[in-house]
Design a protein around this ligand. Sequence first.
Ligand SMILES: Nc1nc2c(ncn2[C@@H]2O[C@H](COP(=O)(O)OP(=O)(O)OP(=O)(O)O)[C@@H](O)[C@H]2O)c(=O)[nH]1
Ligand SMILES: [Mg+2]
Length: 286
Amino acid sequence: MEEHTLDAAAVLAAVYPRVGRAVVVGFTGAPGAGKSTLIAACITEARQRGLQVGVVAVDPSSPLTGGAVLGDRIRMLAMAGDSGVFVRSLAARGHLGGLSAAASRVVDVLDAAGKDLIIVETVGVGQSETEVSGLAQLTVLVCAPGMGDEVQMIKAGVLEMADVYAVNKSDLPGAQGLARALQAAAHLGNGPIPPVIATTASTGAGAADLLDAVYAAHAARVTAPAQERMRRLQKTLAAMAGQVLQQRIAALDNASLQAIGQALLQGQQDFPGAVQQLLARALEPG
Ligand SMILES: Nc1nc2c(ncn2[C@@H]2O[C@H](COP(=O)(O)OP(=O)(O)OP(=O)(O)O)[C@@H](O)[C@H]2O)c(=O)[nH]1
Ligand SMILES: [Mg+2]
């Protein structure tokens, strides 16, 4: 297991000199908001602009759906034989740490392989998604009317995390009201004010505007490839180290765990001390 993680690291060493050129954008938002459909519309638009596209779909919530999170439309695009589109879907098979390590490796490899635009789809608006979407340079928050989750998102701090807001399903009632609410909320953060883009993913309307907004937000950042490479290298290293640590902890023998637990229960050890001890045990050379 650990060898597997570190084998992947050897592959990455070869690709890293070429990482940092792609625009990496995360699409996040509540289940059913239309992320996959919107990504498909953006792929079509990006291909018309001559861009090579990679998509990584991540489902941290469910080991059961497998790759089902990925919209059929995206899959159809990929299977239509367009070699300019590469799609990879990742589901939570074990720990989240493993998932974000796997996702960051796929993004790095796609970048090194020359994809111009890499889109990462994550479901939901919680902590785990923030971790995964941290791989991206930019985040598009996909909202849709009638889901009643605007207020919840503001609470969760997700609005502040996004660089562009897409009001999808603009063909449905309530879309204009939602756009106004988002425009008002956009002014609350300290950074640049995210633009609010109306889209109807099912027809492709607004996809060109959304892509323009993504590229404009990216241009405003002006990160040199070398800087971006270093940022991503740090993310990938931290994710891999986290994965190795989780594997080591899972592999600890019951006796040592029991000894640490006993010491804690008998008051010979406090919690921070017990955690330190467990970490030290996990990191002992095998
Ligand atoms: N009316 C309308 N329906 C849409 C639009 N975009 C997507 N849908 C529909 O909304 C449903 C959910 O779309 P998805 O693209 O699967 O949404 P998602 O956010 O990727 O969903 P999860 O991956 O499950 O979180 C599908 O039935 C789509 O056909 C739109 O612009 N208008
Ligand atoms: Mg989806």
